[in-house]
Unconditional design. Structure first.
Length: 188
């Protein structure tokens, strides 16, 4: 609920800073069908967080089974997917064009969610999250993004997939990326 005063706005910001862990995160092993046990004034927040978690779980499950229709139905029409490569900024239509041959051949991608944090805007219309993911091909990854409640449904507006780099390896990785960028393109 919006606060008309600066004091109220600061209180709201403080609460959003302190509460994300309690907004609930569903462990990776929990199913999307399991209800969270919140009751009282926090019940709507917990229910929305559970609904957001269910969308994210369904998104990953659809990718793993190469279900193109289900996967892209969870993205808003103007959604953007940011991949691990700096060149991968995919508006929904372009991302679907890229993904279609993979899904059509029955080849999806699997990212198993682990720890997930979800926060909600004061008006309950926007959610943002970050999650650790396990992938056979990419190892430990992180997904983060934004969902918006549109026409009564939570839809993904932006999803950003990254590969976290340990700080001790960052210098080496940055040097390799710079060398790769400076190399002439391969001759076809």
């Amino acid at each position: 609920m919006p606060f008309p005063s600066l004091r109220g706005a600061l209180l709201s910001a403080l609460l959003l800073t302190l509460l994300p862990a309690s907004l609930a995160l569903r462990p990776a092993a929990a199913s999307a069908e399991e209800p969270l046990a919140a009751t009282g004034p926090d019940a709507p927040v917990a229910a929305d967080a559970a609904a957001v978690a269910a969308v994210l779980d369904a998104f990953h499950a659809a990718a793993a089974r190469a279900d193109e229709a289900a996967y892209f139905a969870l993205l808003a029409e103007d959604a953007v997917f940011l991949g691990t490569d700096a060149t991968e900024r995919w508006p929904k239509a372009a991302f679907r064009e890229y993904a279609h041959p993979h899904f059509a051949a029955g080849r999806g991608w699997r990212f198993d969610p682990g720890t997930r944090q979800i926060a909600l805007s004061a008006d309950g219309r926007v959610a943002w999250f970050d999650e650790l993911l396990a992938s056979e091909s990419y190892g430990e990854c992180r997904g983060s993004g934004v969902l918006e409640r549109l026409d009564g449904r939570w839809l993904i507006r932006q999803y950003h997939l990254t590969i976290p780099i340990p700080n001790a390896l960052a210098g080496e990785v940055v040097a390799r990326i710079r060398a790769h960028a400076a190399a002439p393109p391969p001759v076809p």
